[in-house]
Design a protein around this ligand. Structure first.
Ligand SMILES: [Zn+2]
Length: 352
């Protein structure tokens, strides 16, 4: 060993795998640590600092320096060990401690960024997963619960004559047959809307509801009625309601749902009619449903622009900021009617 090797601390040396202890001294040179017995002779342990395990300082507990060969040096002189490690600067554990704070800050920042990313990307992704994994039995359960609570709170039995209901049902079936779910994917219900007035909506399982008030507003225009129902078919085909519900359920709700544990609170939300009714679709979802209405109506040989005419009539009769909850969930702007006309033209549908 070089002559500048200095004793770091004195203590006890244990040979590999033995509890035998011999008085010894720890020495250091550069990045090398070695142990010489108090009785003299060649070093008994030798190791590179990087490959030597020095226990962290814990109060007055003796420091253990474990060499790669299994031998151990133990000392009570913690200060001397720390001082030497500090002098080594670059790779001692003291240095690790100094880097601890910036690392902690970086970690906290990373956690916040990650949480932000989850909010931005994982929720929409989870919504898609939830939509895909939701079995039909669950959407049926949601729909029957929703319809039941709406029947109790808002609706009354339809006053529409049976013959008129049958007529609308037949016209609806002709359009529903052309949809991707087919006529069996839908179940049309007539109700007296009461406080919700002229309205139509779709539940995730294909249950459709149309109010007497909406049929009255259409004033005998069957295309208008069927155009609205075709728009609702669009919402079902694109699973808009389910997505809206899941978005509203949020991260916690989605995890519970995917894990198969909805819980009592979740059950309330998923089958509460008011919750579903208060969710308005996004502008994109509305445009999608409009396009599907235009396409289905054209295929069925009906007026593809009927849904646009319906929105115009709704505005004309009730005013833009009227009482109709259908208007509040279906903003019928001029732009929207233009988009309907444009789409009708683009698929080559003849005007009325
Ligand atoms: Zn809509």
């Amino acid at each position: 060993m070089a002559s500048d090797d200095k004793p770091i601390a004195s203590g006890r040396w244990h040979p590999p795998g033995s509890s035998r202890a011999e008085p010894a001294v720890l020495l250091g040179a550069d990045k090398t640590l070695y142990v010489r017995l108090a009785s003299g002779g060649d070093p008994v342990s030798l190791g590179d600092l990087a490959r030597t395990d020095i226990s962290a300082r814990v109060g007055r507990i003796p420091r253990r320096i474990a060499f790669a060969d299994g031998s151990l040096f133990e000392t009570e002189d913690n200060d001397a060990v720390d001082l030497w490690l500090k002098k080594q600067g670059k790779s001692g554990f003291v240095h690790e401690l100094e880097r601890f704070h910036p690392r902690l800050i970086a970690l906290v920042v990373a956690i916040f960024l990650f949480a932000g990313l989850i909010y931005r990307y994982a929720v929409p992704a989870l919504v898609e997963v939830a939509v895909v994994v939701t079995p039909p039995a669950v959407t049926q359960w949601m729909a029957s619960g929703t319809l039941l609570s709406l029947d109790q709170a808002i609706f009354d039995e339809s006053k529409l004559p049976d013959a008129r209901q049958t007529e609308i049902q037949q016209a609806f079936s002709e359009v529903a047959t052309l949809s991707s779910r087919g006529v069996d994917g839908y179940n049309l219900n007539f109700r007296l809307g009461g406080v919700i007035g002229p309205n139509a909506f779709a539940l995730p399982d294909g249950t459709l509801v149309i109010t007497d008030e909406l049929i009255e507003l259409a004033d005998g225009d069957m295309d208008m009625i069927i155009g609205v129902l075709a728009h609702e078919i669009g919402h079902v085909e694109e699973e808009h309601s389910l997505r809206q519900l899941y978005r509203a359920a949020g991260m916690a709700g989605l995890i519970m749902l995917i894990a198969g544990d909805v819980g009592a609170a979740g059950e309330d939300i998923l089958t509460n009619g008011a919750a579903l009714m208060s969710l308005s679709h996004s502008r994109d979802a509305e445009n999608e449903a409009d396009r599907i209405s235009v396409e289905l109506m054209a295929k069925a040989g009906r007026d593809p622009r009927a849904i646009g005419r319906f929105f115009a009539r709704l505005e004309e009769k009730l005013g833009l900021d009227g009482e109709s909850s259908f208007l509040s969930t279906h903003p019928g702007t001029a732009e929207r009617r233009q988009a309907i006309d444009d789409h009708a033209k683009s698929i080559g549908a003849a005007g009325p």
